[in-house]
Write a protein that binds this ligand. Structure first.
Ligand code: FEO
Length: 399
């Protein structure tokens, strides 16, 4: 059986992108990304989503390989972000009679982005499209992670076309389903994808998860990464944890440092945490770490410790950027502690206290503020901070 055939009548026609360096022009793609599209072939044929414009030619080639000269009758649009929609016009030129199937919001976006004149079929929650032998039912999933997002269900194959939900960074290395490749390569990238792209929308994701559980899918076809079959319980659990902002015991230490003094504090806090029994500690020097990796770890762990020197009477810029990204994701609670250094006027620690207030996070330890170089007094304060945090964590559930 060709790996493109996921089930009888359901074919994978997506593409890999191994050359774009930053997804959304923001998030690094060290292992690439896939843009997944699927054919549902009954007496009539539907394509579910398209791919990024640069890969439109490859999409058409993949479609031709699967259905030869048969026509595509419908394009189902689950999501309008251009990584999935920017080949719509190329598709319409190849299949001039194609009908675009989606909800009113998505169809308005087709017009707004592409000025498309393609025929449309507007559907609503629960509507069904009969392809002759296979049917598709539409289920709205607004704000996962755009307002028009929906998912499409094929009951005869118990297959859910889930849009971005359950997607990951990472191109597909040969296989398509999670039993045709090594799923272990994707868990961290799923976390990073979720934290970067979807992280702000925990509550809509929880609602969507409820609907997905009700359907009990045997196959989940997302728009990025592997098709999930064997690993569905793990995928749903991971999404449930992240969208409910439930952190596992562990500490993210994210800091900036101009000349190494704040970094010295970070290193000593990490050591004191380890001595207090904490084993999961993720260190990120923000001059070098991409924020998506820090956000990934922040969605995974329950504790955040941030350090910053004072710079121009404010936070060190990479620290300020990270805290803005954290605030934008509406994370309701983390054990939070902070530390900083200054030369002549301390501002960074005050700014981080203001950040804690804005987030409504009760600090988990006394802040440490150090003037100029490292000292035994600073070390003692770092130890106290680490011990206070360790006391708040449930280390017994660390594995
Ligand atoms: Fe993969 Fe929200 O687009």
């Amino acid at each position: 059986m060709s790996f493109a055939e996921i089930h009888p009548g359901i074919r994978y026609v997506g593409v890999n992108d191994r050359t774009t360096t930053r997804f959304e022009a923001l998030w690094p793609l060290p292992a690439g990304v896939s843009y997944n599209a699927y054919l549902v072939v009954g007496e009539r044929i539907a394509l579910i989503d398209t791919v990024e414009e640069r890969f439109g030619g490859l999409l058409l080639e993949n479609i031709r390989r699967e259905i030869g000269d048969r026509k595509i009758d419908y394009l189902v649009i689950n999501h309008m972000e251009p990584d999935h929609s920017s080949s719509i016009e190329a598709l319409r030129l190849r299949y001039p009679d194609i009908r675009l199937v989606s909800n009113a919001k998505a169809l308005q976006m087709v017009e707004g982005f592409y000025g498309s004149k393609a025929a449309t079929l507007e559907i609503k929650e629960g509507d069904t499209l009969d392809l002759g032998g296979l049917t598709l039912t539409f289920c709205m999933a607004p704000m996962v992670h755009w307002p028009e997002t929906m998912v499409t269900w094929c009951p005869e194959r118990r297959t859910l076309f889930s849009g971005d939900a359950f997607g990951t960074f990472g191109a597909l290395n040969g296989g398509v389903t999670d039993s045709q490749l090594d799923p272990a390569l994707y868990w961290d990238e799923m976390r990073r994808y979720y934290a970067s792209i979807v992280g702000k929308y925990g509550s809509p994701v929880q609602k969507a998860l409820e609907k997905v559980r009700g359907l009990d899918p045997a196959t989940i076809c997302s728009t990025h990464g592997p098709v999930w079959q064997a690993q569905i319980p793990q995928v749903l659990d991971l999404y449930d944890r992240m969208s409910s902002y439930r952190g596992e015991p562990g500490v993210v230490i994210a800091y900036g440092s101009m000349y190494g003094h704040t970094e010295q504090m970070a290193e000593r806090i990490a050591r004191h945490l380890a001595e207090a029994g904490v084993r999961r500690i993720a260190m990120h020097n923000l001059t070098y770490a991409d924020p998506s990796y820090v956000l990934r770890d922040l969605f995974r762990y329950d504790t955040l410790v941030v350090g910053s020197p004072t710079y121009n009477g404010a936070l060190f810029p990479p620290v300020a950027q990270l805290l803005e990204m954290v605030a934008a994701r509406n994370i309701p609670q983390r054990n939070f502690a902070f530390f900083g250094s200054f030369c002549w006027a301390g501002c960074a620690v005050r700014n981080m206290a203001e950040f804690a207030q804005r987030m409504k996070w009760e600090p988990a330890a006394d802040a440490v503020e150090m003037k100029q170089g490292f000292s035994d007094d600073a070390d003692a304060a770092c130890r106290k901070l680490a011990q206070q945090i360790a006391a708040r964590m449930d280390k017994t559930s660390e594995k």
